[in-house]
Write a new protein. Sequence first.
Length: 249
Amino acid sequence: MLHGVGLTKSYRAGSGVVAAVRGIDLEMREGESVGLVGPSGSGKSTVLSLLLGLERPDEGEVRFNGVPLTGRQEIRRARQAVQYVPQDPASSLDPRRTVERQLQEPLRRFRIPGDHAILVRDALEQVDLGTEHLGRRAHELSGGQAQRVAIARALVTGPRILLADEAVSGLDLPLRNQVLELLKDLHVRAGLGLLFVSHDLTAVRLLCDRALVLDHGQVVEQGPTDRLLQTPSHPVTQELVDAVPRLPA
Ligand code: ADP
Ligand code: MG
């Protein structure tokens, strides 16, 4: 279980201070799929970096299976189990390194035991890529393949929970749907927990059982995804619902 308790984080910006996240509580169990939605600047990415232990909260704490992420040892242990799919996975790949090298890197960093060659092949298989991609570099991959490699890199350490930040925004429609199906499959078939950050409620409805709506660093509404879409009670949720493109009747 990943648990953020009373998370608060401010940043210095110019001469002022931005309160990015203000007292957020967020709990997710393994195997659960939770959406984190809200307008740009509402604090979604900050919540993820706090949950990942990449940044420390000013107040509150993150617990993984009850253990607070305070020391380096605890953060390291949690990071094997809680992995991150960045906002622009394709450009997060290192252009100079082969797919194989990039998938081995987290295994080395977290000193994962076992046969790394087998673990790398397993991760590729989970994203439906064949071993012929192992020797390729980013420029030899299509956008969709690069996206899959980035997801494989998050999967290779055998995580229980994936935190995906706007993983499908900016993709064209067919590619977006492919990646959504892949994430859904990992959640449903492999039982992977998913915290899916998006401002796209249709994607959230496809993937997530429940969602939290952020605005100005606070949770303004939360509940089952269907309920949020059908009867939004906060104006920000209403705006997100209104932004969902409707098919002509
Ligand atoms: P979202 O992901 O919902 O768009 P963010 O978590 O990225 O929102 O940002 C929340 C607020 O914090 C925004 O006002 C943003 O400008 C500010 N912010 C985020 N990261 C930093 C940073 N490293 N330095 C200064 N301000 C930041
Ligand atoms: Mg963001």
